[in-house]
Ligand binder design. Structure first.
Ligand SMILES: Nc1ncnc2c1ncn2[C@@H]1O[C@H](COP(=O)(O)OP(=O)(O)OP(=O)(O)O)[C@@H](O)[C@H]1O
Length: 227
């Protein structure tokens, strides 16, 4: 296991020229799932984008696995799997081909078997040979999650992974996140789903307009319900 936290930042200020939320302290270690919760517009997506290096912080610095964040770094791209909602598809590649491409890009052995298992687990078997334009929004979300799970990773960053998933698939997602942390993976996610928080989170960062606070999973689930 690495000596470094997967994610570390202190007094981090994020936003677009002006801050969108109060400064946050972040630490996610191997085996932990940190859920970020808060009302619409409190800055959850902005925070995640800053953590992975897509946005510059207004103040402070993010370290991923012991190194300053740099989305162009090969080491970071090898270690960080993300699903932030801004992904694009190749229009002429099927769902299965997207997953195979992901596996090949990350040197996954036995890619065809890995893809078969994920297609089955994510309930995509009947649509595995469909092009992206012929997938429903929930099936697209399943495909993006499958791509994140298809490749090796030390850190998984997910923005509202429950979006557009049906109840059964949300349950499976929670199970997957628990497996991830039990296997020593680190997860940082934003969510509006109390079941994701209660079922998978090891800690919760509640973003508010005045301050952010770190609470337990049970308190975080209750905080979502009270929004
Ligand atoms: N590209 C942008 N430029 C300027 N302001 C932005 C930009 N993107 C988002 N914002 C603003 O930043 C604030 C935080 O947005 P963000 O998307 O991070 O919130 P969120 O907590 O993820 O919201 P939600 O729960 O609705 O997904 C909002 O007021 C939003 O309008």
């Amino acid at each position: 296991m690495s000596d470094f936290s997967a994610v570390e930042a202190s007094r981090l200020v994020v936003g677009y020229t002006v801050p969108v939320c109060p400064p946050v302290d972040l630490r996610v270690r191997a085996g932990e799932v940190l859920a970020v919760v808060g009302a619409n517009g409190t800055g959850k997506s902005t925070l995640l984008r800053t953590v992975v290096g897509s946005l510059e912080p207004i103040r402070g610095e993010v370290h991923l696995l012991g190194a300053p964040v740099d989305e162009r770094s090969g080491a970071q791209r090898a270690a960080v799997a993300q699903c932030l909602g801004d992904e694009v598809f190749f229009p002429a590649l099927t769902a299965r081909e997207h997953l195979l491409l992901t596996c090949l890009g990350h040197g996954v052995p036995d890619a065809a078997d890995v893809v078969d298992r994920l297609v089955d687990e994510l309930g995509l078997t009947a649509r595995a040979d469909a092009l992206p334009a012929a997938l429903s929004s929930g099936q697209c979300r399943r495909l993006l999650l499958a791509a994140a799970f298809a490749r090796p990773r030390s850190l998984l960053v997910l923005d509202e992974p429950e979006q557009r998933l049906d109840a059964g698939m949300r349950d499976r997602l929670v199970g997957r996140l628990v497996e991830e942390r039990e296997a020593g993976g680190a997860v940082l996610l934003a969510t509006h789903d109390p079941a994701v928080v209660a079922g998978a989170a090891t800690a919760v960062l509640v973003l508010g307009e005045e301050r952010s606070r770190l609470v337990t999973a049970a308190e975080g689930a209750a905080a979502i319900a009270a929004l």
